[in-house]
Design a protein around this ligand. Structure first.
Ligand code: ZN
Length: 306
C-alpha cells in the first residue's frame, strides 16, 4: 500500500478555526474548537489526565496561532519542562492538519502541571510562512498560573501586540479563543482600538470553561458580544493528519543502509517502525525491503547521469 497513513480517513472538524473582527476597530480574534481531531491525537498514547489536558490546551493554542496568521504557514509549539513534561509538541499546518504528542515523567500523573510550578520550563513557537519561506522562532520561559498566561506573555514579548488568550480541554474537545489588538500608526485610532480591546477582554474574562468547550463560534460570540458589531469569517476545517508515509519510512530505512536493515530483518523476520507522532505501525518484510532498496537504485540512476 502506498501513500499517506490511515489518518487520511480521520473525520474532519469543519468549523475548527474561525476568525472574527470588531467592525470599525483594529481588534481581531480567533475561535478554535476541535473534537474529532483532538480525540485522534489523545488516543495515540496512554496519557494521564493532567498531561492530556496540557496537550489539549497546547493543540488548541497552535490552531489559534495558525488562524491568527490566516493559515499562511505552519505553526508549531514546543514545550520542554523536564522531568515532569520532557516534551509537549503540537503542530497546525497551512492546510489545517493538526498533530501533537507529549512525553511525561512518573510524577506528572499527580501534578497540577501549572506552568509556574514547572522548573526550567521553556516554550517555543515556530512559524514557517509558506509564501516567503521564512521561519521565525520565538522563545519564552513558562510563567503564570495557566498556559494561556504563558502564551500571552509570549505575544507581549515577541510580537508586542496586546493579546488575550483562553484555553480549555477535556476528554472530547480542545478549544480556545484569542483576542488581539492590531498594530496601527498611533494617535486616536490606537486609543480607540485599545478601548475596544479592553472591552472585548473584560467580557471574554467572564467566559466559563464549559462555554468555551461546548458553544460553537456563533453562540460564543453572541453570548459575549451581542451588543457589538462583529464580522465572523468562514470556518477553516481542521483534521488530524500526520505527515508520515510508507515512502518516508522507506527513505529513512535507505539512509540506515542495506546491511543494517537486512541484519534486523534476519534477526526479527521483519522490520517494524512506529511513527512517534501518530503511532502508525509500518512493517516491512523481505520483499518490501528488496523493493525499497531497488527503488533507491532507480532514484539514484538519473542523478548519476547528470
Ligand atoms: Zn505519523
Amino acid at each position: 500500500m502506498a501513500g499517506m497513513n490511515d489518518s487520511l480517513f480521520s473525520p474532519v472538524d469543519p468549523d475548527g478555526i474561525r476568525r472574527f473582527l470588531f467592525e470599525g476597530a483594529g481588534v481581531r480574534g480567533v475561535i478554535v474548537r476541535i473534537e474529532h481531531s483532538w480525540q485522534q491525537i489523545r488516543v495515540r498514547d496512554d496519557y494521564p489526565d493532567s498531561v492530556a489536558r496540557v496537550l489539549g490546551e497546547v493543540t488548541a493554542a497552535t490552531a489559534l496561532f495558525a488562524g491568527d496568521i490566516h493559515l499562511a504557514g505552519n505553526v508549531s509549539v514546543q514545550m520542554k519542562a523536564p522531568p515532569l513534561l520532557p516534551l509537549v509538541f503540537a503542530e497546525c499546518t497551512a492546510e489545517g492538519d493538526v498533530r501533537g504528542l507529549a512525553r511525561w515523567g512518573d510524577d506528572a500523573r499527580d501534578s497540577s502541571l501549572r506552568p509556574d510550578e514547572l522548573s526550567c520550563a521553556v516554550l517555543a513557537i515556530t512559524i514557517e510562512r509558506k509564501e516567503s519561506g521564512t521561519r521565525y522562532q520565538g522563545m519564552v520561559p513558562l510563567e503564570g498560573e495557566t498556559f494561556a498566561r504563558s502564551f500571552e506573555a509570549y505575544f507581549a514579548q515577541s510580537e508586542q501586540l496586546p493579546t488575550a488568550i483562553y484555553l480549555a480541554s477535556n476528554q472530547t474537545t480542545c478549544a480556545g479563543m484569542l483576542i488581539q489588538q492590531i498594530p496601527t500608526e498611533g494617535g486616536a485610532e490606537r486609543e480607540r482600538d485599545a478601548l475596544t480591546f479592553e472591552h472585548a477582554k473584560i467580557l471574554a474574562d467572564t467566559l466559563q470553561t464549559d462555554e468555551l468547550l461546548t458553544l460553537d463560534a456563533t453562540e460564543l460570540l453572541h453570548r459575549l458580544y451581542h451588543e457589538d458589531d462583529l464580522r465572523l469569517f468562514d470556518a477553516y476545517p481542521v483534521r488530524f493528519r500526520c505527515s508520515c508515509s510508507r515512502e518516508r519510512v522507506a527513505g529513512m530505512l535507505r539512509t540506515l543502509g542495506r546491511e543494517e536493515v537486512f541484519t534486523v530483518l534476519s534477526e526479527q523476520g521483519q522490520v517494524a517502525v512506529t511513527c512517534e507522532f501518530c503511532n502508525e505501525p509500518y512493517r516491512f518484510d523481505g520483499i518490501d525491503l528488496e523493493q525499497a532498496f531497488a527503488s533507491e537504485m532507480l532514484n539514484a540512476a538519473p542523478q548519476r547521469a547528470q
